[in-house]
Design a protein. Structure first.
Length: 164
C-alpha cells in the first residue's frame, strides 16, 4: 500500500464517527413501562428502541420481593453477567436507598437481582410467542439479538431510568 493511501486510511478511521462501527456508547438507558420500550440514549437523543417484557404485574412500583413488578426510579447498570441462566444479563442496582427505606417501613424485603436480559438459553424461538406478554419476575427482557446490541452499547456505570 502506498504511503498516501495509509495516511488517508488512518485519517478516515480517526475522523469517522464511532457509531459507523456499530459500537456507539449510550449515556443513559430509559425504560418506559407503559410503552413496553427500552431506549438507548446519547446526549438526550434516542439511539435505539427495543420492545421489552416486564414483570408479570407491570403496573406500579416494585414494593417487595415476589410481587412480580419491575421497579421504577433511577438506578445504575452495575455489572454484566455473560454466564446467566438467560442470554446475557446486565444487573440493575435495585434496590436503591429509597426502595430499602420503603420496604423497611412496610416490614417487607425489597427483593433484588433485577436485570436486563435476553431469553432463557436455548429458548430464543419462544420470544415471538412471549412478545405480547409480560412474563418476568420483575426483570426487563428483550430478544437475544436486542440483548447483543444493548450489551455493546452500555458500560458498567451507565444510568438507567425506569418510568411508569
Amino acid at each position: 500500500m502506498k504511503p498516501s493511501m495509509i495516511i488517508w486510511t488512518v485519517l478516515l478511521l480517526i475522523l469517522m464517527p464511532f457509531s459507523a462501527f456499530g459500537h456507539e456508547q449510550a449515556d443513559l438507558v430509559l425504560v418506559v413501562k407503559s410503552r413496553a420500550k427500552l431506549y438507548l440514549m446519547k446526549n438526550g437523543k434516542m439511539m435505539d428502541a427495543y420492545r421489552v417484557a416486564l414483570g408479570a404485574e407491570p403496573r406500579g412500583q416494585k414494593l417487595q420481593e415476589g410481587d412480580q413488578r419491575t421497579p421504577e426510579g433511577r438506578y445504575i447498570l452495575d455489572y454484566k453477567k455473560e454466564d446467566s441462566a438467560f442470554y446475557k444479563a446486565i444487573h440493575i442496582s435495585y434496590p436503591n436507598a429509597a426502595d430499602m427505606r420503603r420496604a423497611k417501613e412496610m416490614g417487607v424485603e425489597p427483593g433484588g437481582m433485577i436485570m436486563i436480559h435476553g431469553h432463557k438459553s436455548g429458548f430464543e424461538w419462544l420470544s415471538r410467542l412471549k412478545e405480547p406478554y409480560h412474563w418476568t419476575d420483575g426483570c426487563i427482557a428483550v430478544s437475544n439479538s436486542a440483548m447483543d446490541e444493548i450489551w455493546e452499547a452500555v458500560t458498567v456505570g451507565t444510568p438507567i431510568i425506569i418510568r411508569p
